[in-house]
Structures are given as structure tokens and as C-alpha cells.
Write a protein that binds this ligand. Structure first.
Ligand code: SF4
Length: 347
């Protein structure tokens, strides 16, 4: 197990790093050098910072831990090459990250919590007891570790792994600041997606942050009764309020919004649900809003008895939206054979 006593360097914002440098007698421009080593050149150790003095490199090593995770296990999908990583943290917790390589765009799915307090009934992550929020540094370290291991760069970052990102609001928002900071990861805002099971106050707060990332609303039902079969009352908000908050977020930040709908046989796959959801969307949608419905056929998890609807049913569900000129996509998950698909992440 790695050292968990020293501060994790990845928890530091560029401003805090600069304060540290100045406090320790380093010139301001040295901060950029240090951040370049960590975030652009992806060093293994502070020993590699060749333009910093040997004495100061020693100090960095004494003051910080650069990496806190170990790769405990990794599985590669024979179907699509997705990789599921199991990391063990410096505290002995387990974190799961999924990397989905693609010739056009490599995508990573980050976890934000150890376990998940929401416990959606279709989701294996919900069966893992919630232990704690991941820190900013632990969220970012998933990306660095995966890129170091695969030697590939990541084009899109999804906060769709284990945990409800908006229940770990501060660390997730700070991680997004690092992801978009030119001094750190330098991602475009539109390359990042935060998903939420529908925490209305946090969605409203997020629209006030200067981050404007894409938002994915995990709705899974068109009315409260149906949604409640899937998303427990720890998320107490009504479907209409979640939808409105999401669309307002899209308007205020000029970001696109996706509705995620895990389709489960006999639970939420009635075509009336599709019609109802289309009615609701059209009631709140402005012509300028960019909105897409992702229909995700249920993936087996081993912790539920839910089933994927037939292909005909899935297509009919999608057609209900298309007939109304709404964009709907049937999203087949990656990594179903290694438990890396949507709803399958568990420790
Ligand atoms: S779907 Fe998301 S919010 Fe629901 S239990 Fe799984 S990880 Fe948690």
C-alpha cells in the first residue's frame, strides 16, 4: 500500500502549487515547470524534474505523494477492447475506472466515490456500501494512471463510473477545473460529461460555476412512480423538476444535455413512458436547446433480476421520440463481457 500520510500533489490547484513554490523560495516560473512535468510530461517521480534543483526535488519528495494508487487488477474486453481497472488507494479502498479505446476518440469513465449511496436498483455499484468521496487528486489520478498504463491519450472524460458525482460536488467541480486548466490537462469543456441521478439543487448550483461541461440526467422513467422503481428516494426530486433543472442548465451554460434512460423489461419499457417523456420534454424544450435521449438497454449485473427488453421493443421505444423530431440513440454499452458496462461496475 502506498504512503497515505503525505499530501497528494494532484489535490493542489495551480494557485496552491504556486504558493507552495514561492513559500519555499522558488521563483514563480518554476511552478509552470513543475506542473508541466506532472501534467504534460507525466513523470513517474519528482526525481524526473530535471530543471529543478536536486535539493528541491528532494523536498518535493519529502512533502508530497505524486501517485497514491496501485493497479490491483485489470480486465480487457474481448468484444471491444475496453479496459476495466481496479485501483487500490493509499487508504486501501478500491476504485474502478473504465477506459474505452476507439480509433476516433478514446474515452475514460471516472469514479467519484467509493461505493454509491444512491443504490439504483439496476446498478451493481449501488450494491457496494458507500465508504467515502474520492478527493480531487484521486479523481484525476485515475486518468493519469490509465494513460501511463495504456500509453494512449484520452479525448473525452465521463463522470459516469462508481458514485453520484454531484454528491461529491466540491471535489468533482475542482477536478473539472483541473481537467480544463491550460496548466494541467487542458481539456475543452465540451469533452467532459457529468452525470447525475437528479440532484436538483446541485444541478442549479453547477449552472452557476464557470465550467459549462455537458450534463447527463439519469432519468430512467417519465413519471415519479416508474422512476421510483429504479432510483431510490435518497434522490427525492420529481421527474419534472429534474428535467427542468437540466434544461435550464443547458440554456444557462449553452451546453448540451442528455437524458439517460436504462431500459428494463416490464419496469420502464412501456411505450406510454416514451410518449409521456416526449410530452414532458416538448413542454419544456426551447427550439434552441440541444437535447438527446440515450436509450441504454439494461446490462445484466448479477445483483438484480432485471432483463433487457427485446430488440423490437427497444426500437419501438426509440421510434416514439424520433416521430416527435427528438434525437434518440440506442446506446449499446462497451465492456459487457468484463463487467465494465453501464450499471455493471462493482468491486
Ligand atoms: S446508477 Fe449511478 S447513482 Fe445509481 S447506483 Fe449506480 S453509480 Fe450510483
Amino acid at each position: 500500500m502506498k504512503d497515505n500520510k503525505k499530501p497528494h500533489f494532484l489535490n493542489f490547484s495551480p494557485l496552491l502549487a504556486e504558493n507552495y513554490m514561492i513559500t519555499n523560495g522558488q521563483k514563480k516560473f518554476r511552478t509552470k515547470q513543475l506542473l508541466d512535468w506532472v501534467y504534460k510530461k507525466r513523470i513517474n517521480s519528482f526525481d524526473d524534474c530535471s530543471d529543478l534543483s536536486a535539493e528541491f526535488r528532494e523536498k518535493l519528495k519529502n512533502d508530497f505523494t505524486l501517485y497514491t494508487f496501485e493497479i490491483k487488477d485489470k480486465k480487457v474486453s474481448a468484444l471491444d477492447g475496453s479496459i476495466r481497472y481496479y485501483f487500490s488507494t493509499a487508504h486501501g479502498d478500491e476504485v474502478i475506472t473504465v477506459f474505452m479505446p476507439n480509433p476516433e476518440r478514446n474515452t475514460i469513465c471516472l469514479s467519484s466515490q467509493v461505493g454509491c449511496p444512491v443504490k439504483c436498483t439496476f446498478c451493481a455499484s449501488g450494491s457496494v456500501d458507500f465508504k467515502r468521496n474520492l478527493t480531487r487528486g484521486e479523481i484525476l489520478e485515475q486518468l493519469l494512471q490509465v494513460e501511463r498504463d495504456t500509453k494512449l491519450s484520452t479525448d473525452s472524460v465521463l463522470f459516469m463510473g462508481m458514485g453520484e458525482p454531484l454528491m461529491n460536488y466540491e471535489n468533482v467541480v475542482n477536478a473539472v477545473h483541473s481537467l480544463t486548466s491550460p496548466e494541467q490537462f487542458a481539456y475543452g469543456r465540451r469533452k467532459i460529461v457529468i452525470s447525475t441521478a437528479g440532484l436538483v439543487p446541485q444541478i442549479e448550483k453547477l449552472s452557476q460555476e464557470n465550467i459549462s461541461v455537458k450534463l447527463a440526467l439519469s432519468l430512467h422513467g417519465a413519471d415519479d412512480e416508474t422512476r421510483r422503481k429504479i432510483v431510490p428516494s435518497i434522490i427525492p426530486y420529481k421527474v419534472e423538476d429534474i428535467l427542468q433543472a437540466g434544461l435550464n442548465y443547458g440554456r444557462q451554460t449553452k451546453s448540451s444535455v442528455t437524458i439517460e434512460y436504462v431500459l428494463i423489461e416490464g419496469i420502464n419499457d412501456d411505450l406510454q413512458q416514451a410518449e409521456k417523456l416526449a410530452d414532458l420534454i416538448q413542454e419544456y424544450l426551447y427550439r434552441t436547446d440541444r437535447l438527446k435521449i440515450n436509450i441504454i438497454p439494461h446490462n445484466p449485473t448479477g445483483v438484480d433480476r432485471f432483463k433487457r427488453p427485446s430488440d423490437e421493443k427497444i426500437q419501438s421505444f426509440k421510434d416514439c421520440f424520433m416521430r416527435r423530431d427528438l434525437t434518440a440513440i440506442i446506446r449499446e454499452s462497451k465492456g459487457t463481457d468484463i463487467g465494465a458496462a453501464c450499471g455493471q461496475l462493482t468491486i
